[in-house]
Design a protein around this ligand. Structure first.
Ligand SMILES: [Cu+2]
Length: 393
């Protein structure tokens, strides 16, 4: 889980690293608090300048109806600031949240937006068209995801654990390709894809894929450690106590119900996502790999991480493919560079192919992980130029 790039039709979200300006709402996040310098705003572009005065990495979110994420700025390290601009065209009460440690529902604060209902800013027609073709892809992936999850869940429940293990990496790829879209559902996303780290040491129920992953690949005492890809002692103890057939069946049923709900939402004719988020999607997906997965923390019990990486890269490339005519027309050199950098990243992942899948990530040595992460960073740099270019700013 990590990056949300999507919002309802009446809002546009965009983050940038630009300087704070007058009219920004100053947000101060610490490990225990979230202070907004103003709790009211006017319809139109609302900008937040978020300062992290805590010791943990923080995030800042703005939510609309039904707790949908309208915009977020992520990975703000201690002492650093991040900026978020959200286009709010409808007056009303909105929720915001700081998420120190990037876990849980965050520290919530309300924001009153007043003023006239405004016309949403229009994206260029070619961008809207590219977005429509990408939406078809998203729906296709979500449909495949629901079908594949049903197979995985059936294997778990029938007790065919070898079959379930064989399906695990593949099933997740459908989700990982469209992760930013999935993450715009702040209840379904954690229910489906939370890690032990999100349970606050077991205070919250551990559900979804990674719960079943832990059941299928039971951690050993020798897996316990402090590195991101290790298993914590609390996680290990909780597994010993609560991972059994009854609990796994329950988690499997819940997972399938949640995935089907995601499918229902995305299939709705009026489902959409923000253009500002669409153009930032390629970088968001690539940054998923570098920031939150390269240590092996995503699939720490099964070490199927390479499936997820490949899927995140797929998803990013698909977004770029949708925007390619626009990028190539405006900056052919950048398009060539992005194409070459994707090829490099792809090659790194492909060398770990094995049979129909990938080698276990614990067989990827530290130096190779570092080299891969550098390639991802270089690609991310190029992708960061895409939103401004495509939107013609
Ligand atoms: Cu994830």
């Amino acid at each position: 889980m990590c990056a949300a790039v999507v919002g309802p039709v009446f809002l546009a979200a965009c983050t940038d690293k630009s300087e704070p300006s007058e009219g920004d709402i100053a947000v101060t996040s610490t490990d225990e608090s979230c202070d907004l310098a103003a709790t009211d705003a006017q319809t139109g572009d609302v900008s937040f300048n978020v300062t992290n005065n805590g010791n943990k990495i923080t995030e800042f979110y703005v939510y609309g109806n039904n707790n949908r994420v309208l915009g977020e700025v992520e990975n703000i390290g201690p002492g650093l600031t991040g900026k978020l601009t959200v286009e709010i065209v409808e007056p009303g009460t909105y929720e915001t949240a700081c998420k120190p440690g990037m876990v849980g529902t965050g520290i919530r604060k309300q924001l009153e937006v007043t003023g006239e209902t405004k016309e949403k800013a229009k994206a260029p027609a070619d961008v809207e068209q590219a977005k429509a073709s990408y939406l078809d892809y998203v729906r296709g992936q979500v449909n495949g995801f629901a079908a594949q999850t049903a197979i995985f869940v059936e294997a778990v429940k029938s007790g065919d654990l070898e079959a379930a293990k064989a399906q695990f990496g593949l099933t997740r790829t459908f989700f990982e390709r469209i992760e930013p879209v999935a993450e715009s559902f702040p209840d379904l996303d954690p229910a489906i894809d939370m890690r032990w780290d999100d349970t606050e040491d077991g205070a919250q129920p551990f559900t979804g894929f990674h719960r079943l992953e832990r059941f299928l690949w039971p951690p050993q005492q020798s897996d316990v450690g402090e590195n991101p890809g290790d298993v914590t002692q609390a996680d290990f103890d909780n597994a010993q106590k609560t991972d059994n057939k009854t609990e796994a069946d329950k988690a499997a049923d819940e997972l399938l119900a949640n995935v089907n709900e995601l499918k229902t939402e995305v299939d709705k004719p009026d489902f959409t996502f923000e253009t500002g988020s669409f153009v930032k999607g390629p970088q968001a997906l690539i940054d998923e790999v570098a920031a939150t997965k390269v240590g092996g923390e995503e699939d720490r019990y099964s070490h199927t991480d390479l499936w997820d990486f490949a899927a995140n890269v797929d998803g990013s490339e698909t977004l770029i493919a949708a925007m390619q005519p626009i990028i190539a027309a405006k900056n052919p050199e950048l398009m060539d560079k992005i194409t070459a950098q994707f090829a490099t990243v792809r090659q790194s992942v492909e060398q770990y192919r094995e049979g129909d899948g990938y080698k276990s990530y614990d067989q990827v040595p530290e130096e190779a992980r570092k080299a891969f992460s550098d390639q991802i960073d270089a690609l991310s740099q190029s992708l960061s130029l895409v939103p401004g270019l495509v939107m013609g700013q």
